[in-house]
Design a protein around this ligand. Structure first.
Ligand code: DX5
Ligand code: ZN
Length: 214
């Protein structure tokens, strides 16, 4: 299993140490959560902080934009050197155009679904995206409990991807720990995002390894 630790649950007074821990861990990506106080009821961090983080990270960046009009920020995310740019389906009026713009900028395009947004909304774009991010909490905060129905959404998305021959990876974000991660692995997830379960662990690197072993 690929693991993407979410720096949102890191210690903002010593991000360097947390980034170095992720660098030395079995993580496949570093997940960065951008919030604008409009699309979600919280504000996290923006480009100046992410530029500093990018300069220290040895892991590819997985940027999750919980913002309105994410298409306005494609070039800035590209300039970070991000590998994946995740935009919310609910935030994109012209999702196909935004996915094209992300590809034109040389990044992998991820489309994210909130808990109440059906997998079926992706039927006409599943062949064009590199990744689908299923939110297993309502976006905006770390440390929330996992929404059990998310497992069924991952199963449904797996069926859609397999039936269409899409190459999209399935990523899941919110309330992920070893117990919920095991259910998601069985359902067909490829990447697990984990914030609280990693950074509140006595051994964060070990927590990443435990998820990677699923
Ligand atoms: C929530 C963010 C998540 C968050 C996950 O809106 O998208 O990436 O950091 O945190 P946990 O793993 O604590 O639910
Ligand atoms: Zn996230």
């Amino acid at each position: 299993m690929k693991v993407a630790p979410s720096l949102l649950s890191g210690n903002f007074l010593r991000l360097e140490q947390d980034i170095d821990m992720v660098n030395r861990s079995q993580a496949s990506y570093l997940h960065l959560d951008v919030m604008d106080g409009v699309f979600v009821p919280n504000i996290s961090f923006g480009f100046p902080v992410m530029q500093a983080v990018a300069s220290r990270s040895e892991k590819p960046l997985d940027v999750h934009l919980m913002i309105v009009e994410p298409q306005k920020w494609v070039s800035q995310v590209r300039d970070l050197g991000a590998e994946i740019m995740n935009v919310h389906q609910e935030a994109c009026l012209h999702l196909h155009r935004t996915v094209q713009a992300i590809h034109d900028a040389g990044m992998k395009a991820g489309v994210t679904l909130c808990p109440a947004t059906p997998v079926a909304t992706l039927v006409d774009i599943i062949g064009d995206v590199d990744l689908v991010l299923i939110m297993s909490v309502n976006p905006g905060f770390g440390g929330q409990p996992f929404i059990p129905h998310s497992v069924k959404k991952v199963e449904e998305l797996r069926r859609l991807i397999d039936a269409t021959g899409s190459k999209a990876l399935i990523e899941v974000d919110g309330g992920v720990n070893v117990a919920t991660g095991a259910q998601l692995a069985a359902a067909g997830a490829d990447i697990l995002v984990a914030g609280n379960s990693v950074f509140s662990a006595a051994d964060p690197s070990g927590a990443i390894a435990a998820l990677a072993a699923l």
